[in-house]
Each structure stands twice: as structure tokens, then as C-alpha cells.
Design a protein around this ligand. Sequence first.
Ligand SMILES: *[C@@H]1O[C@H](CO)[C@@H](O)[C@H](O)[C@H]1NC(C)=O
Ligand SMILES: *[C@@H]1O[C@H](CO)[C@@H](O)[C@H](O)[C@H]1NC(C)=O
Length: 336
Amino acid sequence: MHLWFGLLFLNILTFFQETRVFTFVLQNTPHFNSRCLNEKFLPEKCVCKDNIAFVALECTNFTRLDDINKYFPELANKEHSMNKLVLIGAKLPFLPKLALQCCFTKLTIQESYVQGLESADSEFMFSELKDTFRELKVIRSKYMQLWSWEAFSALDSLTLLTVTESDMTLVPETFKKINSNSLSKLTLSKNYIKYIDEEAFAKFKKLMYFDISNNQIMSISRKMFPQKDSLLREINFSNNRLENLPEDIFIGMNNIRKINLANNKIKTLQKKAFSEILEKLVELDVTGNQIRCCKPLEWMLSLKEKGTSLKGRCHSPSNLRNKNIAQLTAQEICCC
Ligand SMILES: *[C@@H]1O[C@H](CO)[C@@H](O)[C@H](O)[C@H]1NC(C)=O
Ligand SMILES: *[C@@H]1O[C@H](CO)[C@@H](O)[C@H](O)[C@H]1NC(C)=O
């Protein structure tokens, strides 16, 4: 009996020791995993990071095209699994085709000044990546106004597009040219967007998540979004300057679950805008608006029964100021 316990104990001890040694190896050899290219072949100013879900080549402070021209052609001929390129603090007149060509299906550009892509000819720019390039994120970067979105027209697998905390002031006409076959998540939050092209997102039939919060948008129109069979599930317009919503804005959006309109200047919400989506709506946030709690809002009382989470407070009339909209009664809003 004692011997058996002794053995068990020894086993446990060995197990822990081995784990410790293993952890030690992992922590102290960042390129231990062969999915990264051996350090000595990596471009100058770059490191490789294996993040399980992806293997990133992270390059800091590229300021000359030579930083790319010199080392990147080699990447195509070497054995590795790097599939994401992260440029931090880059200052480049354009992003050369060569930067992505070898293998990258995800690109993140942050704290950078990149004035566009080498070519707006998408077939040229992404020739080998047409079926594989999935993800572009631009974060805290400048010169977004100079980008021609036409360059993304050939990308059949582009799923995620983000431009955030950057200097985008409008969603231009070329935005429509982005390949619409696969884009499911679009984030344009925290920019300075004032103007959106009429049909900017209308072709994105696969779009499910749309976030344009924290901009300076004053009006929106139904035409901006896919007309029929829209897959949109979540729309985030919070922190803009919307004063009202067109009455047809959610018509045909049969999959919508969450709508965030917080911190705008909206005074009323027309029944007609919401009538088609009431049954499926899970969350409606109108916090921080100028909602007038009067008769036209009566339809909202039914949201509670349907289990929709409704956030927001009345702004007027004065007797209802700050009253939680979800707790209003028919009596209270009967008479103005
Ligand atoms: C990149 O440049 C910035 C600003 O010049 C500097 O502060 C930073 O240390 C540089 N980073 C690297 C990794 O060279
Ligand atoms: C909407 O955007 C705001 C501000 O960026 C953010 O805090 C919030 O999490 C977003 N909500 C949804 C449902 O996406």
C-alpha cells in the first residue's frame, strides 16, 4: 500500500517537473516552433510571433520601400507558416505588392502612414492571394483618404475589414468596389466620417456585423445597405450625430438582432421603421439621445413582452425626464 502511494507520488512529481521544463523551453525560445521562419532569415526590423490561430511577421518602423524589397522576396522560398503581416509605425508612400505576395492572408497596419497600395489593379496587387486574403485591419493610421478601395475588388475571401481610430473622413464611391462575395464584418468606428456614399455597403450581401460608431454621421439611408435578404445581425451607429432614422431603414433586414443608436440626437423612433423586425430584435440601445416620450412611442411598450432589451431614458416631456423607457406605461405617454 505504502509503496503504491510512494510510486504515485513520484509519478506526479515527475509529471510536474517535466511540465516545468517544457514550459521553460516554450518561454525561452520564441521561435522554438517551426511555424516561424528561423530568426536569421527574417527581414530586418521584423520578429515572428506564433499566436496559435495565426503566425505573424511583425515589422516595426519601415520607412523605405527597400525594407521590403530587400528581404521579402526570400520569404516565398523558405519553409514557414507565417500568414499574417503586421506593420507598426511604417511610413511608406505605398504598400508594395511584394509585401504580401509570399504568403500573407491577414494584414494589420497600425500607427502608420501608408498612402495606399502599390496599384488599384486588384488582379495585379493580389494576384496569388485572390482566394486566400481574408482580413485587413488599419488602426491609428493616417492617409486613409488616399486609399483606393478598388484594389480590393478581386478578393473573393475578404471576410473582415476594419479601419479604426484613423483619419477616414468619408466612405468614398470606390468603397462599393470592394469584393462583396464574402465580407461579413465591417468596422469603421472611431474615425471622422461625415459622409457615406449613397450605396456604399449595398453590395455586401454577406455582411453580418456593421460598426460605424464614434464618427460624425448626420444622416443615413436605406440604400446604403443590401436591399433584400440582408444577413445583417448587428448594427452599431452609436456616438454619431443622427437626428432621425428614415422610416424604411430596417425594412428587409430580417436577421437583425442588435441595434445600437446610443449617443445621437434622436428625438423619436417611428413604429414603421421597426415594425418588420420587432419579433426578432434582441437589443435596442437608445441611451444618450433626446427621446420625446409621447404617444408615437407607444409601440415600444410591446418590446418588453417580446423580451427585447431596451436601453435608454426619456429626455422630454419634463415630467418624464430621465424615466427609463423600458418602464413606461401606456398611461404615462398617452397624452402628448
Ligand atoms: C520605432 O520608432 C519610434 C519613434 O521613432 C521609436 O520610439 C521606437 O522605439 C521604434 N521601435 C523600434 C522597435 O525600433
Ligand atoms: C458599439 O460601439 C460602441 C462604441 O464604439 C461600443 O462601446 C459597443 O460595444 C458597440 N456595441 C455593439 C453591440 O457592437
